[in-house]
Design a protein around this ligand. Structure first.
Ligand code: SER
Length: 548
């Protein structure tokens, strides 16, 4: 299976952190792998991003963005097979001597029993001192802060580096942390690609492998080695995030990207490296990886970087001066440096020296959250207590609300245009609208060709040019369905629903059940550009578009 996007369809995570995410519903038995893949077993090379490791980057094994080699079984092979294959690939294919390999298995507690089967399987392969029992935090894998399949896992080490995790899915972990048994057993194996490459290439750390060498080579040798590694990691991660549709902002995925780019910019500045070198790093990432990830687009990456750079260059040097003046930095003053000068937490922490020794990320994030709430409350007041979360949309302020509303109506119009071009109804599988772009998924068995996309885009823009009215009517659900309104998103609808119509009611261009809000005339939307079409999990396609 191809890698899914770093931007998950599953909104329980901000970014894709593991290969198993796109397969969640195959583990639970909701979806049938035989039907969708023709097999109960699949493999993938998944793009993954872990914000939780951001402070670790710079050491020998941690990255924000990495590739995870995965193999998965949904009710087919289980522990013994998985462990034997893991051993086989390590010793016979990767030629790692047995004495450098070790594994940990779950010791058991009052909820999940001791993983005897894994213990025995490993004990047949490795000497007793190399098979260890471990505690829940290390040897039970499951979703963090969300719900999903979980189970006991084995950690596999070469020397002291964890190279793979073998998860044996047997339970479903609910939001309240309660476990229930899954109806089938599953396997979720993830190998850290960069880590195993380090071992195969006899290197001391990830950054010495041929995956990073072309990046490190560009940076002057006299820069602190940790900074070199951070720059290499962040450049690679930024390129991949941008190519999957993330743009810098103060929210969600955009906030992550913004911090990576700004850290690159400040480090370049402090190490006397020209900004041009960052662009070079980004281009090397594209050259190196675009064979495998054709969606890496140097033009988009550079455009986003340049935009962020132009903005940030104007403020950050003053921010650094301001930081110099402070004697101690707490959560509130750190947030002020972010708010007024754009300095990300990581930079404040890195360059603040003794002044920041007690400053924690939690403190900073708590302050950021407090300010977001204050500004949201202000906006709500302006909106007459109506709230900034309207219908399907959320925005930080009224400007943003206007923009997402335009994108929202554009979504309806593109869906209707595509249905015209493809000559069929397209069952929608979810949508997500940010201030920058719209995105929606729909079920369709093949790629939509560039020609078809262009046709749909042209139809959509004709509708914009015609400045058709967009009207809303409230009616009973059945009446709405009878009137031919599309009911998307497999939602449970309330008995009274809103129906939005684009165009004349006797012959509507689009007619959808929807919470709104929408523009009142299509002309308000502006020009629509479809930016991307790609495949996502479960036989769905995904379209992104922007308006300007
Ligand atoms: N899901 C496990 C992990 O992310 C193994 O793939 O480590």
């Amino acid at each position: 299976m191809p890698s899914s996007s770093l931007l998950p369809t599953d909104s329980s995570v901000l970014l894709t952190t593991a290969g198993m995410q796109q397969f969640k519903r195959y583990f639970t038995g909701e979806l049938d792998p035989m039907k969708d893949f023709g097999s109960k077993n699949v493999t993938s090379i998944q793009k993954a991003f872990r914000t939780s490791d951001i402070d670790e980057v710079g050491d020998e094994t941690h990255l924000t963005f990495f590739e995870m080699l995965g193999h998965f079984s949904f009710g087919d092979y289980f522990k013994k097979e998985t462990i034997n294959w893991t051993y086989e690939i390590l010793t016979e294919i990767f030629k790692i001597p047995v004495d450098r390999i070790s594994a940990t298995v779950f010791e058991g507690d009052d909820i999940i029993p001791f993983d005897e089967e894994s213990f025995e399987a490993w004990s047949k392969l490795l000497p007793p001192t190399q098979v260890k029992k471990g505690i829940r935090t290390d040897n039970v894998w499951g979703p963090t802060g969300a719900e999903g399949p979980c189970g006991a896992c084995n950690e596999v080490y070469v020397d002291d580096v964890e190279v793979a995790t073998l998860v044996f899915m047997e339970y479903y972990c609910h939001l309240d942390k309660k476990l229930t048994k899954l109806t089938q057993k599953g396997v979720d194996v993830g190998w850290g690609f960069e880590r195993i490459v380090t071992k195969i290439q006899y290197k001391n750390n990830i950054f010495e492998t041929d995956l990073f060498e072309p990046l490190i080579k560009i940076l002057p040798e006299n820069i602190d080695i940790r900074v070199q590694r951070i720059m290499a990691d962040h450049a690679r991660a930024s390129a991949f995030l941008i190519s999957d549709g993330v743009t810098p902002s103060n929210k969600d995925q955009g906030y992550v990207l913004r911090r990576l780019m700004r850290r690159l910019i400040v480090h370049a500045h402090m190490s006397d490296v020209e900004t041009e070198v960052i662009r070079e790093l980004l281009l090397v990432v594209v050259n190196h990886y675009s064979v495998y990830y054709p969606n890496l687009n140097s033009e988009t990456i550079l455009t986003e970087f340049n935009k962020e750079n132009d903005k940030f260059q104007k403020t950050f040097k003053n921010g650094l001066k301001e930081l110099e003046k402070l004697t101690t930095v707490d959560g509130a003053s750190a947030f002020k440096l972010f708010e007024s000068f754009g300095l990300p937490f990581e930079i404040i922490k890195e360059v603040g020296g003794d002044k920041v020794s007690t400053l924690t990320r939690e403190e900073f994030e708590a302050e950021r959250k407090r300010h977001q709430e204050i500004s949201r409350a202000g906006v709500e007041k302006k909106f007459g207590g109506h709230g900034i979360k309207e219908g399907d949309l959320t925005a930080e302020n009224s400007e943003e609300m206007k923009k997402v509303t335009r994108l929202h109506t554009a979504t309806h119009i593109i869906v209707a245009s595509l249905q015209k071009v493809l000559g069929q109804k397209l069952p929608q599988a979810g949508a997500d609208i940010t201030v920058e772009r719209l995105r929606f998924d729909f079920t369709f068995p093949r790629k939509v060709t560039p020609k078809e996309l262009k046709q749909a885009e042209d139809i959509a823009n004709e509708i914009v040019d015609k400045d058709l009215p967009v009207t809303c009517k409230e009616m009973d659900l059945q009446e709405a369905l009878d009137s031919g309104a599309s009911a998307f998103f497999k939602l449970k609808y309330p008995p009274r629903v809103k129906v939005y119509t684009v165009g004349d009611e006797s012959d509507p261009f689009s007619h959808e059940l929807c919470g709104g809000p929408h523009v009142t005339h299509t002309g308000e939307i502006g020009h629509i550009t479809i930016t991307k079409e790609e495949s996502v999990s479960g036989g769905n396609r995904r379209i992104r578009a922007v308006v300007d």
